[in-house]
Design a protein around this ligand. Structure first.
Ligand code: ATP
Length: 324
C-alpha cells in the first residue's frame, strides 16, 4: 500500500530538475562523455551505472558546474549549466567518491564546520535538526575518525544536506560499505525523495540499481540504456537459462561459442547462459546439458545479466583509433 502511494506521488510531480542535451567532454583527444542527454524529475532517484571510467563522475561534475562541457547545454534546477554554475552549486549537495571529514572533530563539530563554510542561518538549530534527520543525535560527540564506514557515509550525507539542497549528487556513496549500512543509507535516500529531494546516484551495486526509479547505463561516455529497471531488462531482449548439476565445467566448455550463446556467467553453483536468439539458445542449452545430466531452467533475466551484455557489446572508441 505504502509503495503505491510513493510511486504515485513521484509520478505526479511533473517538474524537471535536470534537463541537459548532448553533454560532451574531452580530455585531450579522448572523449569521455559523448553527447549525453538526460532529464530527471523532482523527487526521482536516478541511478547512474557503467563500468569504471565510463564518464559518470565527469557527467556529475558538469551538471553541478564544476566542469564546463565542450559541447551541449541544459539546465540544472532551472539554472543554465554554462552560465549559472554559482547558483547551481548553492542548491546542490554533492557527495564525492572521496569525501573528506575532519577525523579529530566530533560528528556535531564536523557539521558545524560545514555550516560555517556555507554561512547557513540558524546554524546550531540546523546542525541539531540534521543530526536528528539522519539518526546521528546519539553519536553527536563521537569523533568522526572512530566511526565505522557506514556511519562515516551517513555523516557525509548529513554534511551534504546541511545547506538544504534541492538536488543530491551522490558519486558511489556506499562503495566499500557493508550491506546492512548500505540498506540504511538507501532507506534515508528514499525518505528524502519522498520529501521531494531529487537524487542522482552513481553505483556499481545491482541491489542499489534496483532501488532507483530510473536508470541510465553508460559505457565509454555513451548512453547504452535508460528507463526503469524493468524497462531496461525488457528492452535488452535477453533470454536467460540457469544450469545446475555436477559437470558444470564440461557444460560450460560445450556452450562456449555455441549458437545463441552470447553470455556465459558462473553464478555461485550455477551457470547463467543468456542470448537474444531464444530458440537457438534453447537448442544449445539442451544439447550441452542433456549429456552431462545437468538441470536447465529458464530464469528471469536480471539487471546484472543485462549490464554485462551491454558492456560486452560496447565499443571502446579509443581502442578503435589505436588499431586504425
Ligand atoms: N581531469 C581529467 N583529466 C584527464 N582525464 C580525466 C580527467 N577526469 C577524468 N578523466 C578520464 O575520463 C574518463 C572518465 O572518468 P570518470 O571518472 O568520469 O568515470 P567514472 O564512470 O566515474 O568511473 P568510476 O566508476 O571508476 O568512478 C576516465 O578515463 C578518466 O581517466
Amino acid at each position: 500500500m505504502n509503495a503505491v502511494v510513493k510511486v504515485n506521488a513521484h509520478e505526479s510531480s511533473g517538474d524537471i530538475v535536470i534537463d541537459v542535451q548532448d553533454l560532451t567532454k574531452r580530455f585531450g583527444t579522448k572523449t569521455v562523455v559523448d553527447h549525453f542527454s538526460m532529464q530527471v524529475r523532482r523527487g526521482q532517484i536516478y541511478g547512474f551505472l557503467g563500468p569504471n571510467g565510463s564518464g559518470k563522475t565527469t557527467t556529475i561534475r558538469m551538471l553541478c558546474g564544476l566542469l564546463t562541457p565542450d559541447e551541449g547545454r541544459g539546465t540544472c534546477l532551472g539554472y543554465d549549466i554554462l552560465t549559472e554554475s554559482t547558483k547551481i552549486k548553492r542548491e546542490v549537495g554533492y557527495m564525492t567518491q572521496k569525501f573528506s571529514l575532519y577525523e579529530d572533530l566530533s560528528i556535531a563539530e564536523n557539521l558545524d564546520f560545514v555550516g560555517r563554510m556555507y554561512d547557513v542561518p540558524n546554524r546550531k538549530q540546523l546542525v541539531d535538526s540534521t543530526l536528528e534527520r539522519l539518526g546521528l543525535t546519539g553519536r553527536r560527540t563521537q569523533l568522526a575518525g572512530t566511526l565505522s564506514g557506514g556511519w562515516k557515509q551517513r555523516l557525509a550525507l548529513a554534511a551534504c544536506l546541511l545547506h538544504d539542497p534541492k538536488l543530491l549528487l551522490l558519486d558511489e556513496p556506499t562503495a566499500g560499505v557493508d550491506p546492512g549500512a548500505r540498506r540504511d543509507f538507501w532507506d534515508h535516500i528514499h525518505r528524502l525523495a519522498d520529501e521531494g529531494m531529487t537524487v542522482l546516484v552513481s553505483t556499481h551495486y545491482m541491489d542499489e540499481a534496483e532501488r532507483c526509479h530510473e536508470l541510465a547505463y553508460i559505457a565509454y561516455g555513451k548512453l547504452l540504456a535508460r528507463g526503469t529497471g524493468a524497462e531496461v531488462i525488457a528492452r535488452a531482449g535477453l533470454t536467460t537459462w540457469e544450469i545446475t548439476g555436477a559437470n558444470l565445467s564440461a557444460v560450460g566448455r560445450s556452450l562456449e561459442g555455441a549458437p545463441g550463446v552470447e553470455m556465459l556467467v558462473p553464478f555461485g553453483t550455477a551457470l547463467h547462459v543468456s542470448g537474444t536468439d531464444a530458440a537457438a539458445l534453447r537448442a544449445s542449452v539442451d544439447k550441452a546439458a542433456s549429456p552431462a545430466h545437468a538441470k536447465a531452467r529458464e530464469v528471469p533475466t536480471g539487471l546484472e545479466d543485462v549490464f554485462i551484455h551491454l558492456m560486452r557489446g560496447a565499443v571502446d572508441p579509443s581502442a578503435k583509433t589505436e588499431k586504425a
